[in-house]
Design a binder for this molecule. Structure first.
Ligand code: AMP
Length: 410
């Protein structure tokens, strides 16, 4: 078994890893660490929750020259929440080495961000829109960037960031290492990688099921208007440690939250229509366990690490099966168990067939089992009222066209 001590890491980094409680590298860390250290480009297909934030930040924090103020590693991520998560991880890992890591995104004062960068940041994590603003206004120097990381590349693509990424990559016209992380590999990402990466080492840790293995996929077939009541019953019955309930729109998100909070404590909602401050507050309250059930749009579906989520509920299936994979990846993080329960109405039966082909899993039905070829119920399984349901204790992007380039329409 590989150990962190085998990777020729600085003692201060090893101490930080130990303090974080990481006893041994996760498979993605074992696979990528030596390649990153060798300086080669990487295309890594890794399932969400696999430890890829640390897979990047450990070698980066280990290698940056802390005596220089220049940005030496540039990490591009699709959302502000993910930028903050990366920055926090890098700050923890690089604390003793005094690595300066900073997250820069839209919706916050650019003057403060400018000052921070001028004072010295070696690891910059940025969302594409704000970074491009800084590049255009010549307030950032990227000439010393030795490592470029594109994380959640497929998500950035589906949020409409393709041209922005191309632009950023072309701004780095000096020799550098590129690390591309993605949960899926759409053709456009492959084209981008081919155009800009040199002989990349491909690492794929996504298994045939295209999602974390330790997730139970459950489905509830019902009428559209029955979903809210059934959700409430299941939340009471399953007693999740923490849960995320995914909705397809901001309206749906708020409506579900309103209904749940009448009967359950600790329910809040998160979507892209909230101010950045509020989004950050809700995210950290959820992370600290002060919010027990979070109703969210896909703003919370990607990359974010909430370690306590035992259950994910998908109120309405998205047409894109990849969205299901990202939503379900909010539970079952690293080696924990997770349950994903999805409501299926007759309108989603076709989508479900696509999804099952994609994730290659046998659906477990709670209650009515629909006839998947015709959409009508075929027989009855476990009751949908939660009785007999497991008492387990165990994680579409729309075209993006808002003025604020870092804000997905979710
Ligand atoms: P990520 O996929 O980067 O969002 O990471 C998912 C979770 O795994 C986070 O809570 C990390 O703190 C945790 N993690 C990362 N590396 C390790 C490791 N080597 N051992 C245990 N947990 C880890």
């Amino acid at each position: 078994m590989t150990q962190f001590s085998e990777f020729n890491l600085d003692d201060t980094i090893l101490q930080a890893i130990e303090r974080l409680g990481y006893k041994e590298p996760t498979p993605i860390q074992s696979a990528t660490l030596p390649v990153i250290q060798s300086g080669k480009d990487i295309i890594a297909l890794a399932q969400t929750g696999s430890g890829k934030t640390a897979a990047c930040t450990i070698p980066i924090c280990n290698r940056v020259n802390v005596h220089k103020k220049d940005i030496q590693a540039l990490i591009i991520v699709p959302t502000r929440e993910l930028a903050l998560q990366y920055a926090t991880e890098a700050q923890k890992i690089g604390k003793e080495r005094q690595v300066k890591a900073f997250a820069m995104y839209g919706g916050e004062s650019d003057t403060l961000q400018e000052t921070k960068i001028r004072d010295g940041v070696q690891v910059l994590i940025a969302t594409p829109g704000r970074l491009i603003d800084f590049i255009y206004s010549r307030r950032i120097n990227l000439t010393q960037v030795a490592t470029l990381v594109l994380d959640e590349a497929d998500e950035m693509l589906s949020m409409g960031f393709y041209d922005d990424l191309e632009f950023i990559i072309q701004c780095l016209n000096h020799a550098h290492q590129t690390l591309l992380f993605s949960a899926t590999m759409p053709p456009k990402i492959r084209i981008m990688a081919k155009a800009h990466m040199i002989d990349p080492v491909e690492i794929s840790l996504i298994d045939q099921r295209a999602g974390p293995k330790n997730i139970d996929h459950q489905f509830v077939y019902c009428l559209p208007h029955e979903r809210e009541d059934k959700l409430l019953i299941m939340l009471k019955e399953f007693t999740p440690k923490q849960s995320i309930i995914f909705a397809n729109s901001r309206n749906q998100c708020e409506k579900i939250q309103k209904n749940l909070q009448r009967s359950l404590p600790g329910v809040d909602f998160l979507h892209g229509g909230l101010s950045q401050d509020l989004r950050t507050t809700i995210t950290s309250k959820f992370r600290m366990g002060k919010i027990k059930h979070l109703v969210a749009t896909d703003v919370a579906a990607r990359g974010l690490d909430f370690s306590g989520i035992s259950h994910v509920f998908i109120f309405q299936l998205s047409p894109d099966p990849d969205i299901y994979i990202h939503r379900s990846g909010r539970t079952g993080r690293v080696d924990r168990k997770g349950i994903v329960t999805t409501f299926i109405t007759k309108y989603e039966v076709k989508l479900l067939q696509n999804l099952l082909n994609r994730i290659k899993c046998e659906p477990k039905w709670i209650g009515q089992v629909p006839n998947l070829s015709g959409g009508e119920p075929a027989r009855t399984g476990r009751p949908p009222n939660g009785k007999g349901a497991p008492r387990s204790k165990p994680r579409a992007s729309k075209p993006y066209n808002t003025a604020d380039k870092t804000l997905p329409n979710t």
